[in-house]
Design a protein around this ligand. Structure first.
Ligand SMILES: *[C@@H]1O[C@H](CO)[C@@H](O)[C@H](O)[C@H]1NC(C)=O
Ligand SMILES: *[C@@H]1O[C@H](CO)[C@@H](O)[C@H](O)[C@H]1NC(C)=O
Ligand SMILES: *[C@@H]1O[C@H](CO)[C@@H](O)[C@H](O)[C@H]1NC(C)=O
Ligand SMILES: *[C@@H]1O[C@H](CO)[C@@H](O)[C@H](O)[C@H]1NC(C)=O
Ligand SMILES: *[C@@H]1O[C@H](CO)[C@@H](O)[C@H](O)[C@H]1NC(C)=O
Length: 322
């Protein structure tokens, strides 16, 4: 395949006597060639596993049964999904601008394409980043869009063009099949992500994303989808003080070693970063001051991708509720 593509490229270049462009091969992942994450809000895992649609997905994929939000409240959880510290003092839900680096700084030199899909988000007319805190009509909030906090993304129009309105772009991008972005981050609006609602309300929104992807075999080739939450429902008295344990399920039968199975290793949102770094052979995310403080060195990649001989699938029957 690669050989014949090169031949065609060479033939065309020769015919037009143009300088052939160097052919950049797509980086090939160790476990997956595309990573998709969809992030929901503020629910305890017993509630989520207890809902029929969300439970149904556990039978189609691999449950990460001991997955934790990194912290509270929302925003720093999102930051830790794409970076290596709770960057630049982003410990609350207020707007912050940070000089920290992120996965994006690793993706671009490696040729890993990316896009962030934000429901209800309106970029500036030139595609630049719109730093508004919230849009009361569309229920977009900046605190659920971690990319916006990084100066080297928010100040860079080219990068900003990869942060798009989900409603306008997600389906078209999935329809690109094999050519869809290799890293896709999806944030539903405050109703669809269960923040202002609950997991029953959010289920059809989730199903729309899941079905759009699963119905496209070219897109799903070597694709891994993580469905997760930012944090648990710490704000309800019932769960106050409990462990920050959340529903997280991986889908994609080309990439996970088993479905309807349960990986009981401890994970948190930094594990996403570690999984992505190790999948594409990327370095750790650098610290702007050159220090080695990065927390992406401390966690394991998702277990059933590690293929290290552990038969975690044998741990059924799955006990998701503990
Ligand atoms: C389970 O989820 C899949 C994917 O969205 C969907 O096609 C199927 O109808 C669902 N089944 C049930 C029983 O909810
Ligand atoms: C994975 O394969 C199994 C068996 O064919 C199927 O039941 C399940 O729905 C598949 N999961 C996904 C996400 O396609
Ligand atoms: C962050 O930078 C944007 C411009 O990129 C600016 O509009 C906003 O006020 C800054 N926010 C903070 C909290 O410094
Ligand atoms: C990014 O924009 C912020 C606010 O506009 C500014 O303070 C900062 O110096 C800029 N940083 C870079 C790296 O361009
Ligand atoms: C979820 O919210 C809907 C309204 O959108 C409500 O009808 C339903 O009872 C709620 N379900 C639960 C389990 O709280």
């Amino acid at each position: 395949m690669k050989f014949s593509t090169s031949l065609i490229a060479f033939g065309m270049a020769a015919a037009t006597a143009a300088m052939p462009q160097p052919r950049v091969d797509k980086p090939v992942g160790k476990w997956f060639d595309r990573y998709v994450v969809i992030v929901f809000e503020n629910n305890n895992k017993d509630v989520t596993f207890g809902h029929p649609y969300w439970y149904n997905l556990t039978e189609m994929g691999m449950v990460l049964g001991d997955f934790h939000g990194t912290t509270h409240p929302s925003q720093p959880n999102y930051i830790t999904m794409i970076s290596n510290t709770i960057a630049g003092g982003v410990f609350d839900d207020a707007d912050h601008n940070t000089t920290q680096m992120s996965l994006i700084d690793l993706f671009e030199p490696a040729g890993i394409t990316w896009r962030a899909y934000m429901e209800g988000y309106t970029p500036l007319s030139n595609g630049g980043c719109n730093p508004i805190s919230e849009d009361d009509e569309t229920l977009y909030v900046r605190k659920h869009n971690p990319f916006m906090s990084f100066d080297n993304i928010r100040n860079n129009t080219k990068r900003c063009r990869n942060i798009v309105n989900a409603e306008q772009h997600f389906e078209n991008d999935v329809a690109l099949g094999a050519d869809a972005p290799m890293y896709m981050f999806i944030t539903p609006n405050l109703d669809n992500d269960a923040h202002n609602t609950n997991v029953s309300y959010a289920a059809p929104a989730l199903q729309h994303y899941v079905d759009t992807m699963l119905n496209n075999a070219d897109f799903m080739k070597n694709t891994m989808i993580l469905i997760t939450f930012d944090e648990n429902d710490i704000y309800s008295p019932k769960y106050f003080g409990t462990d920050n344990n959340i529903y997280s399920v991986l889908l994609g039968n080309d990439t996970i070693q088993c479905y309807n199975c349960n990986d009981q290793q401890y994970y948190n949102h930094f594990s996403q970063v570690v999984t992505i770094e190790q999948n594409w052979g990327l370095d750790y995310i650098p610290q702007p001051d050159g220090s080695e403080e990065g927390w992406d060195q401390w966690w394991l990649p998702f277990g059933l991708l590690r293929n290290d001989g552990q038969d975690i699938c044998a741990s059924s029957p799955c006990d998701f509720f503990n």
